[in-house]
Design a protein around this ligand. Structure first.
Ligand code: SAM
Length: 242
């Protein structure tokens, strides 16, 4: 798999070191081992893990965003996508992995420890909901703490805006991994307006042997999130801003 990931990444002009290849190999091994015990992914064929999880997660690196020493929270990270691949490739990143399911958090902590991801930068695994950690005035809240928020396969974009934007510093970027279809972006226009954000650009890409075309939508936070957002846990999903 090492060579395969290296050649997939070279097509994107992204160099990968031996250590990074070893880290990806161990990550894949842990993912497939733990997946036999707890539900982490439906993708179980090793080459498919490399393409559909690892390579897909790294699409954000085609944006030339300044990830060095930046703080990034991956909302609804599940088995660590896209946060962990981004951290392997950008060791100085200060990464927070957030998920609502505790057993997935135990897996994430094991990966962080075994891959030595804390050698530089940092990794914090957090069990919780985006609506709780983003709420103003809550103990331990992480409102307006991050340069970047990422999210993949968690919710529709208008719902995600309410999860992600409160966590960003003003000027920060929310990177939402989606299929390349602007319908969700149009449906999120009202949410972006209410939450003082705007669509910046999208990174359009394809994964080998896979359809359809994908995109990472970049959304910029332009001003402070109004205090009443995010609403209580579960409300953004039940009554999305629109
Ligand atoms: N991002 C991963 C990926 O692309 O493979 C996981 C996607 S999985 C389908 C969605 C994950 O989001 C689940 O692990 C779930 O527990 C988490 N999740 C959903 N809503 C959330 C919320 N409001 N706050 C935190 N995590 C949430």
């Amino acid at each position: 798999m090492e060579n395969e990931l290296a050649s997939l990444l070279s097509a994107w002009d992204i160099p990968v070191t031996d250590r990074q290849q070893e880290q990806f190999a161990l990550y894949r091994e842990l993912l497939l081992d733990w997946n036999a015990k707890i539900n982490l992914t439906r993708i179980t064929e090793p080459d498919a893990v490399t393409r559909l999880h690892f390579l897909d997660s790294l699409a954000l690196m085609r944006s030339e965003l300044p990830l060095d020493n930046a703080s990034l929270i991956d909302v609804g990270t599940g088995a660590g996508f896209p946060g962990i691949p981004l951290k392997i490739m950008n060791p100085s990143l200060h990464l927070t992995l957030l998920d609502a399911l505790d057993k997935r958090c135990r897996f994430l902590q094991e990966v962080a420890d075994r891959l030595g991801l804390m050698d530089t930068g940092s990794v914090t695994v957090l069990h919780g909901r985006a609506e709780d950690i983003g709420a103003a005035g809550r103990a331990g809240h992480l409102r307006e703490q991050f340069d970047f928020v990422t999210s993949r396969a968690v919710a529709k974009l208008n719902i995600l805006c309410e999860y992600a934007l409160p966590l960003l510093k003003i000027g920060g970027i929310f990177a939402s991994y989606k299929l390349d279809d602007d319908t969700e972006l149009r449906d999120a226009e009202k949410a972006m307006q209410i939450l003082l954000a705007s669509s910046d650009k999208k990174i359009v890409y394809e994964l080998p042997e896979t359809e359809p075309t994908r995109a990472v939508y970049l959304i910029r936070k332009n001003g402070p999130t109004p205090e009443k957002y995010p609403r209580r846990a579960g409300v953004p999903e039940k009554k999305p801003l629109q």
